[in-house]
Design a protein around this ligand. Sequence first.
Ligand SMILES: Cc1ncc(COP(=O)(O)O)c(C=O)c1O
Length: 1004
Amino acid sequence: MKSSHEPLNYHPEKLKRELKPFYIGADDKDIEEMLKFLGLKSLEDLYSHIDDSVKMASVPMPKHLSYEELIANVNEVARKNKIKTSFLGDGLPNYKVTDVVGPICNIRGLTTAYTPYQPERSQGTLQTLWIYQSLMSQLTGFEAINASLYDRSTCLYESMNCALRLVKDSTTIIVSNTLYPGDIEVIETHAKETGMKILRVPVNPQSGKIDIPSLTRLLNTTPQVAAVAFPQVNNLGNLESVDEIVDLCSTNNIKSIAIIDPMLIGKGGLKAPVKFGTRMQGADMVVAEGQHLAIGPNFGGPGLGIFGIRYNEQDKLSIRSTAGRYVGKTQDLKGRECKALILSTREQHIRREKATSNICSNQSFIASVAGASILARGDEGFETSLNISRSHAEKASEALTAFEGVELKFKGSAFFNEFTLKLPVSSNEFIHKASAAGIQVGVDVSHRHHEIKEDGLLLISFNDTQTDADVEKLISFFETQFEKTKKGTPCPKIPSTMMRVEAPEIPKLDSKDIIDYYTRLGKQNLSPDDGIYPLGSCTMKYNPHINDYAASLPGFTNVHPEAPVEDIQGCLEILYEIQEQFKAITGLPGVVTQSVAGAQGELVGIKMFQAYHRDRGEGDQRNVIIIPRSAHGTNPATATMAGYESKVVDGQVFGIYAVDALPSGEMNLNQIKEFLKTDGHRVAGVMVTNPNTAGIFETGFKEMSELIHAAGGLVYMDGANMNAVAGLVNLDKLGVDAVHNNLHKTWTIPHGGGGPGDAIVGVSHRLLDFIPGVQVVKKDGKYDITRASKSCGSFHRHFGNFAHKIRAYTYIKALGCDGVRKMSQVAVLSARYLFKKLSASYPTLPGEAQSSPRMHEFILTLSPEVFKKIETSGTPKANTIARIGKLFLDFGFHAPTVAFPEQYGLMIEPTETYSKKELDQFVSVVETILKLVNDHPEVLKTVPHFTPIDRVDEVQANKSPVLSEKITAILPKIIPDRVDAEKLRNSTPGDLCEQILEAHKNSV
Ligand SMILES: Cc1ncc(COP(=O)(O)O)c(C=O)c1O
C-alpha cells in the first residue's frame, strides 16, 4: 500500500468475513451443495419463476475492485476535497470531535446491532440511548427527549405536526424567516398537500431579528394557530428575543417551538430553553441539530435530530402526540432495573396510518456517540469550547470592522459566536478570493432575506477548532483586500437575561473510562459479525470494515457542505458515482440521494407523485394510494404524512385503499383491477413491497404497473427487500416510478442500533423533473450541482447522511457488476435452503403458499397442536410467537422478526453473509427450539434465561414512563450477561436444552 494512504486501523486478514469475495459466506462447494439440495443447476434457476421480460441481463457497471484498489480509490477521492481554514457554520457548526468518538465508532456491538426491540438482548444500545436522553435533559431542562429524529429540519416538521395535534382545531404554524433556509425549505416541502399551513414572520431589517410587531400582528389576526417556531441563534448569527416570543405564545395559548444549538447552552453559554419567557415558563418544545455534539461536518450528515417536550406533573399527556422513539427505565420480571423502548403505540409499526409519524430507522448511533461525547466534555469542556469560540468572535469582530467599508451589519444586536458583516464588495467574489488564499471565509447571506436587499453580507462562524493563528490568518486576508482606516467596533454585550445561570452539572469523565464502559455495553448486544441475525425484512448482513475506514478519512469528515464547489470535488464525485451506481442497479434513469432512511425515501417518492399530478392539473382529484395489507407500517404512515388522510365518505374510500393477499402470498391483482374500474381516476399511486414481506416475488407486478399507469397513477416499490433482486430484476421494466434502497439493509451500512440509515431513491423518466434536492453533474471532468426543473422541494438541508453514501459507494465498488448479482443470488439461495430444511418440521405462512418460491426470507409458524400445548402450559397464543423469539436469545442468536407481517409468524432472513456450515448450525438450533417447546412448552413462561435481564414487563414500563435520570460521574450500572452469547452459540443445542430446563426450574 502507498504511504500516502491513511493507514487501516484494523487487520483485514484477521477478520473472519472481511476478505471473503463479495463478503459472501458460502464458497463454491457450499453453493453447489445447496443448489443440489434444492434440485437446481445454477444460481439463475432461483429466479426461473420471474418473467424474462423484467430481468436484467447484466449490471452496466465496471467489475469489482480488489481490496488494495479499493483503499487506493477511496483515498484518491478523499484527497480531491480541499480542507482549508474554515469559518463556515450556518447551522452546521464545527467543534472539536472528542477523543472517545473514534474508539466508540469501532465498537461493533454498538455500530452493527439492530434497533433494540428485544430489550433483553439490547441493554447495550438502550443504555447508551438512556444516557443520551438523560444528558440532553440536563442540558436543555426538558424532561422528555426522544432518541432520536433524523435531523433539525425534519425534527422541526415533526414538532409542528405535534403542535397541530395538541392545539385543538388548529391548522397553522407561524415560522420565523430567521430559521436556516434549508430548514424552511424542508418543512415547506413536507407541508405541501397536507392540512398544515405555514405562515412566515419577517425579519426586521434593522435588528436582523424576528420583527416582533409583525409577529404580534400575525398572532392577533390569524385564526387556528398551533405554534410559533423560532430560533435562539438566527440565520444571521443574532440572538433572538426568546423571552418575548415565548411570552407571546403563552398569552395566545399556543405552543412555542424553540430551535436551539445544544452546544451553545452548555456551561458558560446561552440560556436553556426550559427557562425561556419572562416568567421562565420555558418553551413547550425544543428542536435542535446535534451532529456537531458527536462528529465533524461530514459534508452535512449524518445529523442528529434532537427533540424534546415538557413531561411533568402539569403535562403528562403531550408526549403521547410526539414522534420518535423513547427509552424508558423499567424493571424485568425479577425486579432488576433495566431499559426498554416505550410508548411505541404512537409508532408506525403499531398504529400504521394513524401513527404520529412514519419514522422507523432514526439516528440512534449518533445519539449514542453524542451522549459519550458530552460525558467526555463535561461542564468544563463545554465552557472551554464556548469561551474559545466567543473570544475568537470578539477578537475578529473588532479587528475586521477596522477595515474601510467593513461593518457589523446589525450593530445593536447581540450575537454569541457568529455574526454578519457588511462588506464593501460582493460577498460571492470575496468568498472565492478567500478560498484561493486557503480560507473558507463564511457564507454569503446577501440574498437570504427579501426584507434586507443588500449585497456584501457575510456570515462568519467561530468555534474551538480554530486557533488564534487561524483568526490572525483571517484578519491578514482582510488586510490584503481592504485598508485599515478606523477603530473596530467592539462586540455587542450579550444581555444577562439571554445567558445561562446555573450549570447543567454534566460530569466530565475520563476518556478511557468512557470507552471501557461503552465497550462493555457493546458486548450486551449482538452483531451480524458473530453469526446469523435472522431478523426478516431487516437484512442484517455483514458490514465491511473498509466502508467505515473510507467514511472516516479526514478528507471526507472535515468537509463542510457549504464550502465552495471547487473545494468539494471529492464529495461531489461520491454523490455522482452513487447516482450512476443506482441507475445501473435499478435500471431507472434518475436517482435521489437526499433521503436519510427508507421511510423518508417513501415520503420522497409520494411527494414526487403529488408534484407530478399537480403538474398535470390532477392534484386534487388523485386522493387514493393503494397499499397491500401486508405492507410495512411505514407505507401507510408515509401516505398519511404526505396528506392522504384515510376516511370513507358515502361509501367511497379516501386515503389508503388496502389490498388483500391471495393464498399464494401475492397481492390480489383482481381486487386492484376492480378498484381501478370505478376509481382509477382518483388513484395517485400504489406502494408495493417487492419481494413482499412474506418473501415472495410479486409476479403480477408488471401487469399491475401497466394498469396503474393506464389509470394515470404511479408506482412506488418499497425496496427494503432489494437484497433478493439487485442486479437481477430491472425495475424500469417492472414499471416502477420510485423505489427506495435502504443503505442500512442491502447496501451494508451499519444499522447503529436503530440508525442512522440512509436511502437512495431510484426514479423513472416520469418523475425526473420532480426530483428533490440537488443532482450532481459532471462536465469537463469537474463536478457541479443542479436542480431538477420542477423539483418537488427538499428533504434534507444538505446532501443526506453523506458518510453513509461513502460506505455504500465503497461496498458497491467492492462488488462491481459481478458481485451485485452474486450477492442477491446467494442471499436467495441461503434463504431457500433454510426454508426447505425448516419447512420439513415447521408449518410456513402464508398457509397455502408452501409451493410459492421464496426469495430472501420466509415465515415459519407452529402447528395448531403445538400452539395448543403451549397455551395449556400457561402461555396464551397471543404471546407465543414473541416468546419463541425470546427462546432464540437463549441459543445466542437474535430473534427473528416476530408477529410481522403475520401475527403468528417468525420471519427469517439469513442474507448471503454466512457459510453453509453456519446455516446448518442455525437449522439445528431452530429445529431444537421446536422440539423443546413441544416437549417442554412451560419453558416459554420464563424465557429468556441467559441474557443480563429477564423478560421486561412492558405494560408496567408504559404506564408511567421514566425518561431520564441525573447522570453523575458514576454511570448507570451494567448488569452482566448470565451466560455470554458467544458461549451459547458455541454450545451444542442439546446441551443448551438441558441448561434451559435447569434455568427454567430455578426461575419458577
Ligand atoms: C419493508 C420495509 N419498508 C420500509 C422500512 C422502513 O425503512 P427505514 O427503517 O429505513 O425507515 C422497513 C424497515 O424495516 C421495511 O422493512
